[in-house]
Design a protein around this ligand. Structure first.
Ligand code: DGL
Length: 287
């Protein structure tokens, strides 16, 4: 009898979710990944909140059904900090959100001066305030919101190598705070940013801890998949000859931006197939 493999839908506005794909792959090599990038409305960090909630809920609800997802990972802090309750209301599969990793940062920082690097949206959300209030009481959190860095990462994966000065400039944005010289930890609270961690670390060698949510998310996904009532296969296919459906596909809402170098990058992350995904009802189209 053949068993199907688990299918995980990973969602982001662009390529940022790839920083979550890698840890998931390492932990769950046999699962199928469907990647959905809403690059038509990119960047999410500058989008109106109501529009973002509606867009994300509709796209994910549609795609998870169409591609038979067992679980959804909203690999986007800007979307997760707003849309998780709405998604959980309409979906009947587990939804894992990526939100700023404030708690581990507060645990690891010695100086208790922590940088929070995120999109302009995430930086000012109530959700972020609540995380800081719950887990980083007594810490100084230096907030920097940037969409420039999000764009730089998109360009990098589309084959344009960013200049080192760009990262020095981003780190300099923390200097507005009187205690910036004591900052020993930076939370990468946008999934795009771990994709340039080497460049950031080079621009700020004094930082001891760069924190992102990738591994924690992968652990959570594994736990949830293994505890589904009708648990699909998550084991290594090499040791399990009953596995079927291992097609990893990447969907983009705007394929015009899908250049040859970007396709190469998607291939490097295991997505050999890239397709257009544009549900008819959006934007401003009737069903
Ligand atoms: N990667 C996303 C995040 O984690 C979104 C970036 C954007 O589109 O502004 O916030």
């Amino acid at each position: 009898m053949s068993q199907r493999t688990a299918n995980i839908l990973v969602f982001d506005s662009g390529v940022g979710g790839l920083s979550i794909v890698n840890p998931i792959r390492q932990r769950l090599p046999a699962t199928t990944l469907t990647y959905l990038a809403d690059n038509k409305l990119f960047p999410y960090g500058l989008l109106d909140e109501q529009l973002l909630i509606e867009r994300v809920t509709q796209l994910i609800a549609n795609a998870s059904q169409q591609y038979h997802a067992d679980i959804v990972v909203v690999a986007c802090n800007s979307a997760s900090t707003l849309a998780l309750p709405h998604l959980r209301e309409v979906l009947n599969i587990p939804v894992v959100g990526v939100v700023p990793a404030i708690k581990p940062a507060a645990q690891q920082s010695k100086s208790k001066v922590i940088g929070l690097l995120a999109t302009p949206g995430t930086i000012q959300r109530d959700y972020t305030d609540d995380l800081i209030g719950d887990f980083a009481n007594g810490c100084d959190i230096i907030r920097v919101g940037t969409s420039t860095l999000v764009n730089i990462v998109e360009e990098k994966l589309a084959g344009i190598t960013p200049a080192a000065e760009i990262f020095t400039g981003i780190i300099a944005l923390f200097h507005h705070h009187p205690r910036w010289q004591q900052m020993d930890t930076i939370v990468l609270a946008c999934t795009h940013f771990p994709l340039v961690i080497a460049e950031l670390a080079q621009a700020a060698p004094e930082i001891d801890h760069w924190i992102d949510a990738g591994d924690a998310i992968a652990r959570r996904v594994q736990y949830l998949l293994e505890n589904l009532p009708d648990s699909p296969v998550t084991a290594d296919p090499e040791t399990n000859n009953t596995v079927t459906n291992t097609r990893n596909i990447a969907l983009f809402t705007d394929t015009e931006k899908l250049t040859a170098p970007l396709k190469q990058s998607m291939l490097a992350f295991g997505f050999s197939q890239t397709e257009n995904y544009s549900p008819l009802y959006w934007p401003n189209k009737s069903p």
